[in-house]
Ligand binder design. Structure first.
Ligand code: PLP
Length: 370
């Protein structure tokens, strides 16, 4: 089976791996897509099962519940076909000419920029700075490079870094004075909701905030995202979006997910504990583990390459995310989802074996070359 070219740039290619390995998709241990291992909530499964999709969908109820949950005007809320779909929609209405990306970043951003013929300007995030941007320097850089739109992501994929909301807000307000617009992708912010700018965005005419239901609620196959923007901008976005971007089962699922506050608080707690244990174990193996505010960890391997590791893990039916297609990262880096303790410990045990094999191989080759 040849996967679609766009699929090649993403984690979560479970169906393809299952077919290649001759197993069921449920037998693949997927660390490559950062999905909540404790989801979806039971309420979501039952909402999907009970949905009546014999009528055209109507997203009014979901917009109202999202608005109520986040204390927003429903007129500021737009429902779309995942953040990926809404990103294309937002760029289509703005038609940016020069867009700033902080790299490495989610690979879909580049694809969206190509689709609207925008010229790409990049700002490198460096491992030595913990992948934190310097917002004070970004403002002048944007003016020098005549950027009209900035694409930001917090917590940032693939680094896991969350930007302090007060810095971000100040940055957004400063660039607004120069008519620069900001798309803020908060797809992983449910893990630290206090970092969200969602309420502020609804009053800022230069910002669109994108929120995904995919990661936190484990609904990648349903495709629900929400954009929040200043109401006139939100109205424009709705006008330009294709009719019925989200079907009834997905709308019902999203409603059920948002209502499940117990699931949300348990997920935050469990993820934080599992991430801490996992990061500690990986650090003990000699990996450089970058602090993360999301449900994934970016690592630099102490030896070997991500490509070799990914291949070695195949007979164990484990997928990880190599990082060679992230601008600014190389094959020493991999990204792994935080799963439950048992799954994380399984990957750590496999890594111990792989690292030992690599060490032995390096020893043999250095002896041979003497
Ligand atoms: C930063 C970021 N934004 C958006 C998405 C996709 O979200 P959705 O499934 O809502 O399209 C991803 C998926 O990996 C992501 O990493």
């Amino acid at each position: 089976m040849n996967p679609s070219p766009w699929l090649l740039a993403h984690g979560g290619r479970v169906f393809e791996a299952a077919q290649r390995w001759g197993i069921a998709p449920t037998e693949v241990l997927d660390f490559s897509a950062s999905l909540n291992p404790w989801g979806p909530p039971a309420s979501v499964r039952s909402a999907v099962a009970q949905a009546d999709w014999t009528h055209y969908p109507d997203d009014t109820a979901l917009r109202a519940s999202f608005a109520q949950r986040h204390r927003l005007d429903p007129a500021a809320v737009v429902v779309g076909n995942g953040v990926s779909g809404l990103l294309f929609d937002a760029l289509r209405i703005w038609r940016p000419r020069r867009v700033l990306l902080l790299e490495p970043s989610f690979t879909e951003y580049r694809r969206a920029l190509v689709a609207v013929n925008a010229c790409l300007v990049t700002w490198p995030l460096r491992a030595e700075d913990g992948f934190q941007p310097n917002f004070g320097q970004l403002g002048p850089f944007i003016r020098e490079t005549r950027v009209d739109t900035v694409l930001l992501n917090t917590p940032h994929n693939p680094t896991g870094v969350a930007y302090p909301p007060e810095h971000l807000l100040e940055f957004v307000r400063t660039v607004a004075q120069h008519s620069v617009r900001v798309v803020l992708d908060e797809s992983f912010v449910d893990y630290q909701p206090e970092n969200s700018l969602i309420q502020k965005a609804a009053n800022l005419p230069n910002v669109v905030v994108l929120r995904s239901m995919t990661k936190f609620y484990t609904m990648p196959g349903l495709r629900v995202g929400v954009a929040v923007a200043y109401p006139p901008l939100a109205q424009e976005l709705r006008r330009q979006t294709a009719a019925w971007p989200v079907g009834v089962p997905a709308l019902e699922a999203a409603q059920a997910a948002l209502a499940d506050e117990d699931f949300a608080s348990r997920t935050r707690l469990r993820t934080e504990c599992a991430r801490r244990t996992f990061a500690h174990a990986l650090d003990e193996l000699g990996c450089t583990v970058f602090p993360s505010a999301a449900n994934f960890l970016l690592l630099r391997l102490p030896r070997g390459t991500g490509t070799d590791l990914a291949r070695w893990l195949e007979p164990h039916h484990v997928l990880i995310r190599r990082c060679t297609d992230f601008v600014g990262l190389d094959d020493r880096y991999v990204r792994v989802a935080v799963r439950d303790d048992a799954a994380n410990a399984h990957l750590v045990a496999l890594l111990v074996r792989w690292l030992e094999e690599r060490r032995q191989a390096e020893l043999t080759s250095s002896q041979d070359s003497r």
